[in-house]
Design a protein around this ligand. Structure first.
Ligand SMILES: NC(=O)C1=CN([C@@H]2O[C@H](COP(=O)(O)OP(=O)(O)OC[C@H]3O[C@@H](n4cnc5c(N)ncnc54)[C@H](OP(=O)(O)O)[C@@H]3O)[C@@H](O)[C@H]2O)C=CC1
Ligand SMILES: O=C(O)CCC(=O)C(=O)O
Ligand SMILES: [Mg+2]
Length: 416
C-alpha cells in the first residue's frame, strides 16, 4: 500500500467516531517523523520515555507500535532528491489519526517553503495548541515563573503563513504592484520598484472555527479567561476582524454578554463565567512579563502565536521544555515548539523535554492519562533532583548536567 512506509505487523489503527471521539485500541500504530537536526537526538529518547511510561502504567496490556514516516531531509534520502513531504506521509498521518514529529528545517530567504507549515495546511491542522507551565526547579529569568500558566491557541492555517508572497523585482511582483496601484488606488508602497509583496488572508470562517475551539477548551478545562491577542489597530481588516469575529462568536454561540459595557465579555455562569477579553499584541508582550497571572487561554493569529510561543517558553525555562500539538477536528500531529537547532545536531546534548511533553499531550489526547501522569511526575522528579541538560545546567548552580539520552534514562529511572 505504501512505497517506503512499513506498517508494523502488530498493532491497529486509531478510529474516529462521527462525533470526533477516538476509539483507541490497546496496541495503536502511531506514526512518527524523526525530524531534521536534533531530531536524531530527541525523537528516540521520546520514544523510550513513552514506552517506559506505558509499560509502568499498563504492564503488557497496552503498547504503541511506532511506525516511521518521512519528511524533511530524511525524506529526500529515502524518496529521492527534492521529495521533502511525500504524499504518503500525509496519507499516513490522516489514516492513523494521531502522530508525532520532530522539527524540520526551513531555509531563510529562499529555497523550499516550510514543510512544517505545509503539513499543517495540507492536513488542515488549524489549531496549534501550546501549553506553557512552570516545572519546579527549572531556572527562569522571572522572579515568580510559576505565575506563568497559559494555554496558547495559535491559528495555524491562515495569516502570513499562507505563503502568498512575491519576490522583489520578479515578473509576478511587478504585476501585483501594478494592480495595487492602478486598479486598487494604493499610494502607500514607498519603493514600488524594489518591493517584495506578502499578502495575509484572515477569514471569518477560519477565525470562528478557531475561537470556538479555544473557548470550548477554556470551558472544558475550567480556565478563567480567553484573551484574543491581535494587532487590530494597524491591520484592521485582518487582525481587527479577528477580534470582532471572536467576540461575536462568543456572544452568538456561547451566550457571552458585555462586561461593564464592553468590549470585554463574560460567559454565563453555567459555562464557568469565563471572561473573553482582548489585548493588542505589543502591549501583551510586556504584560506577560509584568503580570502573567492575568492571562490564561490565549487565542491569536499565526504569526503572533509563533512569536508569543517562544517568548512565553522563555519565561518558564526556554524552548527546551515547550510542547505543542497541531489539531484539526480529526487529525492530531504533536510537535515541540522549537526547531532543529542545527549547531547541536547529532551531539546528544539538547533537552528532549519539549518532544517528551508533546508526547505526554499525545497520550492524554488518546485517553492514556495514567501514562501521561507518569511522564509529568518523572520529569518533575528528574529536574528537582538537579538532573538537567546543558540549557538548564548553564543557568543553575549544583546541577548535574547530563546528555539528551541520559535525561531520558533518568526519567525512566524515576518512573514508578
Ligand atoms: N516546528 C518546527 O519544526 C520548527 C522548525 N524550525 C526550523 O528550525 C531551524 C532552526 O531554527 P532556529 O531559529 O535556530 O530555532 P531553534 O528552535 O531550532 O533553536 C534556537 C535555539 O533554541 C535553543 N533550543 C532549541 N531547541 C532546544 C532543545 N531541544 N534543547 C535546548 N535548547 C534548545 C538553542 O539555544 P542555545 O543556542 O542558546 O543553546 C538553539 O540554538 C530553522 O530551519 C527553522 O525554520 C523552527 C521552529 C519550529
Ligand atoms: O516551519 C518553520 O520552519 C518554523 C515554524 C515555527 O517557528 C513554529 O511553528 O513555531
Ligand atoms: Mg516558532
Amino acid at each position: 500500500m505504501y512505497q517506503h512506509i512499513k506498517v508494523p505487523s502488530k498493532g491497529e489503527r486509531i478510529k474516529v467516531n462521527d462525533d470526533y471521539s477516538l476509539e483507541v485500541p490497546d496496541n495503536p500504530i502511531i506514526p512518527f517523523i524523526e525530524g531534521d537536526g536534533i531530531g536524531v537526538d530527541i525523537t528516540p529518547v521520546m520514544r523510550n520515555v513513552v514506552d517506559s511510561a506505558i509499560e509502568k502504567a499498563y504492564g503488557e496490556q497496552r503498547k504503541i507500535s511506532w511506525m516511521e514516516i518521512y519528511a524533511g531531509e530524511k525524506s529526500t534520502r529515502v524518496y529521492g532528491p527534492n521529495v521533502w513531504l511525500p504524499e504518503e506521509t500525509l496519507q499516513a498521518a490522516e489514516e492513523f489519526v494521531v502522530s508525532i514529529k520532530g522539527p524540520l528545517t526551513t531555509p531563510v530567504g529562499g529555497g523550499i517553503r516550510s514543510i512544517n507549515v505545509a503539513l499543517r495546511q495540507q492536513l488542515d491542522l488549524y489549531v496549534c495548541l501550546r501549553p506553557v507551565r512552570y516545572f519546579c526547579g527549572v531556572p527562569s529569568p522571572l522572579k515568580n515563573p510559576e505565575k506563568t500558566d497559559m494555554i496558547i491557541f495559535r491559528e495555524n492555517s491562515e495569516d502570513i503563513y499562507a505563503g502568498i508572497e512575491w519576490e522583489a523585482e520578479s515578473e509576478s511582483v511587478v504585476k501585483v504592484i501594478d494592480f495595487l496601484i492602478k486598479d486598487m488606488g494604493v499610494t502607500s508602497i514607498r519603493f514600488p520598484r524594489s518591493s517584495g509583496i506578502g499578502i495575509k488572508p484572515v477569514s471569518k470562517e477560519g477565525t470562528e472555527r478557531f475561537v470556538r475551539r479555544a473557548i470550548q477548551y477554556a470551558i472544558d478545562n475550567k480556565r478563567k479567561s480567553v484573551t484574543l491577542v491581535h494587532k487590530g489597530n494597524i491591520m484592521k481588516f485582518t487582525e481587527g476582524a479577528f477580534k470582532k469575529w471572536g467576540y461575536a462568536l462568543a456572544a452568538s454561540e456561547f451566550g457571552a454578554e458585555l462586561l461593564d459595557g464592553g468590549p470585554w465579555m463574560k460567559l454565563p455562569s453555567t459555562m464557568g463565567g469565563i471572561i473573553i477579553k482582548d489585548v493588542i499584541a505589543d502591549a501583551f508582550l510586556q504584560q506577560i512579563l509584568l503580570r502573567p497571572e492575568e492571562y490564561d487561554v490565549v487565542a491569536t493569529l499565526n504569526l503572533n502565536g509563533d512569536y508569543i510561543s517562544d517568548a512565553l517558553a522563555a519565561q518558564v525555562g526556554g524552548i527546551g521544555i515547550a510542547p505543542g500539538a497541531n489539531l484539526s477536528d480529526v487529525v492530531a500531529v504533536f510537535e515541540a515548539t522549537h526547531g532543529t537547532a542545527p549547531k547541536y545536531a547529532g551531539k546528544n546534548q539538547v533537552n528532549p523535554g519539549s518532544i517528551i511533553l508533546s508526547a505526554e499531550m499525545m497520550l492524554r489526547h488518546i485517553g492514556w492519562s495514567e501514562a501521561a501522569d507518569k511522564i509529568i511526575k518523572s520529569m518533575e522528579k528528574t529536574i528537582q533532583n538537579g538532573i538537567v541538560t546543558y540549557d538548564f545546567a548553564r543557568q543553575m548552580t549544583n546541577a548535574k548536567k547530563v546528555s539528551c539520552s541520559d535525561f531520558g534514562n533518568a526519567m525512566a529511572d524515576f518512573m514508578s
